[in-house]
Design a protein around this ligand. Structure first.
Ligand SMILES: [Mg+2]
Length: 376
């Protein structure tokens, strides 16, 4: 089996006017990503997602990697990723290179799974068939949506966990978390995300103010590049600290782990380096006694990849004695790149998200829908 053709497909969807969603760092007025479509000589098609600005990374994937990928045996995905560091001596670790490598790696694993008739999670070591989705919502929006609305919607759809955006000042943080907790109820898991908008001491003060609300984790309390600040927050507060969506490559994640800068590693499959890198990170996390929960703000292809990965994440040391739900980020904002690209969309409602049993990523891509959002 060898790859005959690679296509990098930039996708973009502009949100309606004044309907931008985002975080304390600002709002997004469009959703964009790059899909990778690989085809083998015998007609198998593998899909991956490079989660980054669409045309930029589509060009990079074609220019830097097309020649290397053509003729590749998909079973050599790990070699491909290793070589992307070696051959990309000056640029291999850089963000957009990692995104392109991620998309190609995911598509290679999709092909391996399809060629042997097994879901990728089985190739990685499948540990569970069901994930606990959390409603990733409560965004900072252009239209100042009250936090009550997404929280009520999450409860109505049966979510047992949610994450909301904070980080615009401690009083506002307190009010948002207080309202969210009241609507979700005491039994729900509630996480908060600062998107790196505070400095360390400000973040510590904010987290301490939220103690009464039993927050499940605090995400990116300080900027991703401030690893020392992350470590100081992690050392000081009792709540687990999560980060990783803005970190690229095993080298950056190793620093987070080595310096005990976080408690929860959050690789995005479409950015960190795909399944190959995510598996290395899961091994790293286990050896450092850290938790892994993927970051997922992707198109349906990236969601599918993250589901397969999450189904394989070890929960050491809790797996046997203290069953721990595998919390899975499910973006609840309006994004057709997530909701419209699959023949059978995911159903995260009623507190469960089933891991597909089909081969590869376990999903069927609606190629006509892909064409609708194509921008090259
Ligand atoms: Mg986040």
């Amino acid at each position: 089996m060898e790859v005959r053709d690679i296509e990098a497909i930039p996708l973009s969807h502009s949100l309606p006017e004044k309907r931008g969603v985002g975080s304390a760092r600002g709002v997004h007025t469009n959703r964009a990503t790059t899909l990778i479509r690989l085809e083998t000589a015998d007609g198998l098609v593998g899909w991956g997602e490079a989660f980054a600005p669409a045309r930029t990374v589509a060009t990079l994937a074609q220019e830097q990697f097309a020649d290397r990928v053509k003729g590749l045996n998909p079973h050599d995905a790990e070699t491909f990723v290793e070589e992307s560091y070696t051959h990309g001596y000056h640029f291999g670790r850089s963000a957009f290179t990692r995104c392109a490598v991620s998309g190609i790696d995911i598509a290679l694993w999709d092909l391996v799974g399809k060629s042997v008739g097994a879901p990728v999670s089985e190739l990685l070591g499948r540990r569970r068939d069901v994930l606990e989705p959390y409603a990733s919502s409560g965004y900072i929006t252009e239209w100042n949506q009250p936090i009550e609305e997404p929280m009520r919607a999450a409860v109505a759809d049966g979510f047992t966990a949610a994450k909301i955006k904070i980080g615009r000042g401690i009083e506002d943080d307190y009010n948002r978390v207080s309202t969210a907790r009241e609507i979700l109820g005491d039994d729900a898991t509630l996480m908060v995300d600062f998107n790196g908008n505070y400095r360390a001491k400000q973040a510590i003060r904010a987290v301490n103010e939220l103690t009464e609300f039993n927050v499940g984790w605090v995400e990116e309390p300080v900027a991703a590049e401030d690893v020392d600040g992350l470590r100081r927050v992690t050392e000081t507060v009792d709540v687990p600290v999560a980060a990783g969506e803005a970190h690229f490559s095993r080298f950056e994640f190793e620093r987070l782990a080595d310096e005990r800068a976080v408690d929860v590693l959050q690789p995005n499959l479409g950015r960190c380096g795909g399944f190959t890198e995510a598996r290395a990170l899961a091994d790293l996390a286990m050896s450092k006694n850290l938790t892994v929960r993927p970051h997922v703000w992707n198109s349906a292809v990236g969601v599918a990849a993250a589901i397969q990965f999450a189904a394989s994440v070890p929960q050491y040391p809790h797996e046997a004695n203290i069953p721990e739900p595998l919390l899975f980020e499910y973006d609840r904002s309006s994004n057709p790149l997530r909701s419209d690209l699959l023949v059978e969309p995911f159903d995260p409602t009623d507190g469960e998200l089933a891991v597909p049993q089909g081969s590869g990523l376990g999903v069927e891509i609606d190629e006509a829908a892909v064409e609708r959002f194509r921008v090259d």
